[in-house]
Design a protein around this ligand. Structure first.
Ligand code: PA5
Length: 436
């Protein structure tokens, strides 16, 4: 399903310098005694989410029947998990309905004007996801889209087309959902945003896109059993290798893939690791690359620039489809040496060639092998990364489950926009604005 590989020499070095710390962090996590231990609900989600699985599937089926398009509103952990799975599994070129569109993850005015115009032309539904229920970007998107939906369908029908996923008890979104009597799914109290991909936050949009969430959860459950049944599991080894490389002065991890369908999985991973580990002046900077695309840009730096990174390659072993290079009689483009080969044969050669080149360029490499891009393996991969992220942060002496740094820009923005309650801060922020 998911395999982790590293060369024996690096394993030995990491093992002799980090093994005790790894075991201690694994025990802290398994005994649920570490910092932030009131946010460990994600560890049990592959099992506990069973209670709402049927409900998610029936809501998804209902909305799929009435919608050509579904707009999923959310940001950060309330958006990236679903997008990662959907873009890994769905055909890029299809008119299959419903089309999934994302909103609430930025503040582009042009995007919203274009989106609202587009929604005039299609039958659509809205899923709004926010644990706090107060995040500005999705809240603005929801205000715009709720109004559009009510004007297009009337208030009564809009209620059938809007689903909320939010905290069980608090937040403005919860209040709106209750007042409007929208179908609502709860995000458990003990599950934080970036660890919520296996809760309704990820599962409902994934089911709406037509993916099999039962298989996804089965994959996650298998990985959960592998991780929790032994202190000596591979996900914790991944955490150990990362910390070993950091100790060698390599502050950046590049997660790369030779499969562009994994672009959003890498985005999800970046968000998970950056918000979990980047605190108190510590942490590994998570970067991502898609090869071979980025071999023609960042690849130059990887090969020859400053030595400050290690690389983890997400490698997909098998493809679902086949595309063979044809033979041309006149060989006008001189590519007949490739004829009869599959695109994946060439991609595999590119991967092997890159590994060799990067190793020769002194970049330590590990490889995470995914047999095939399917629901089961995506579920396993999500659990693998969540688990190793928690272990890795504990190895660093960091609470993986808070994100105090995210507040800095928000507070300044509210002050600049004269949000009630920010009057004092407003003056101070306006005086201190940089000349940029
Ligand atoms: O991981 C996190 O906690 C964050 O990335 C949140 O998911 C993100 O800020 C969105 O928050 P909310 O779901 O409260 O709107």
């Amino acid at each position: 399903m998911i395999t982790l590989k590293i060369n024996q020499n690096l394993h030995q070095k990491a093992f002799s310098s980090m093994e005790n710390k790894r075991i201690k962090s694994v025990q802290t996590l398994h005994n649920r005694t570490g910092e932030g231990n009131d946010y460990l609900g994600w560890m049990d989600l592959p099992v506990t989410v069973n209670a709402v699985e049927e409900n998610i599937i029936s809501t998804a089926n209902y909305l799929r029947n009435i919608s050509e398009c579904i707009v999923v509103i959310g940001i950060g952990g309330s958006y990236l998990g679903a997008r990662a799975v959907i873009s890994a599994l769905k055909n890029d070129f299809t008119d299959e309905k419903p089309e999934i569109i994302y909103a609430g993850h930025h503040l582009s005015e042009d995007y919203y004007v274009d989106l609202l115009q587009y929604l005039n032309t299609v039958n659509y539904s809205l899923i709004v996801i926010s644990k706090s229920g107060t995040t500005t970007e999705p809240a603005i998107a929801f205000r715009l889209l709720k109004q559009h939906c009510e004007m297009k369908y009337g208030t009564a029908e809009a209620k059938n087309r809007i689903v909320c996923i939010t905290d069980a008890r608090k937040g403005i979104l919860k209040e709106i959902a209750q007042k409007e009597k929208y179908t609502t799914f709860e995000i458990p109290d003990n599950v934080g945003g970036r660890y919520s991909a296996l809760s309704p936050v990820g599962l409902l949009p994934i089911a709406l896109a037509g993916c099999d969430i039962h298989a996804l959860l089965m994959g996650a459950k298998t990985m959960q059993q592998q991780c929790l049944s032994s202190e000596n599991n591979r996900a914790s080894h991944y955490a150990m290798y990362r910390n070993y490389f950091l100790k060698q002065g390599l502050n950046i991890e590049v997660l790369s893939a030779f499969e562009p369908k994994l672009h959003y999985l890498i985005e999800w991973w970046k968000q998970l690791y950056a918000e979990s580990e980047g605190k108190n002046g510590k942490g590994i900077f998570p970067a991502g690359m898609i090869f071979t695309t980025d071999l023609h840009s960042l690849g130059q730096y990887m090969q020859d620039g400053q030595r400050m990174m290690f690389e983890t390659i997400l490698s997909v072993s098998s493809q679902k489809k086949e595309c063979i290079i044809p033979c041309l009689e006149n060989d006008e483009d001189k590519l007949n040496f490739l004829s009869g080969k599959k695109i994946s044969d060439i991609n595999n050669a590119a991967e092997k060639a890159t590994i060799l080149a990067h190793q020769q360029g002194n970049i330590p490499i590990m490889k995470i092998i995914i047999e095939l891009l399917n629901e089961k393996n995506m579920g396993a991969l999500i659990y693998f990364f969540e688990y190793s992220c928690a272990v890795s942060a504990y190895m660093l002496g960091i609470n993986p489950f808070d994100q105090p740094g995210v507040e800095a820009y928000k507070n300044n923005m509210f002050a600049l926009l004269d949000k009630p309650g920010y009057e004092q801060k407003s003056q101070q922020v306006k005086q201190n604005l940089s000349d940029l």
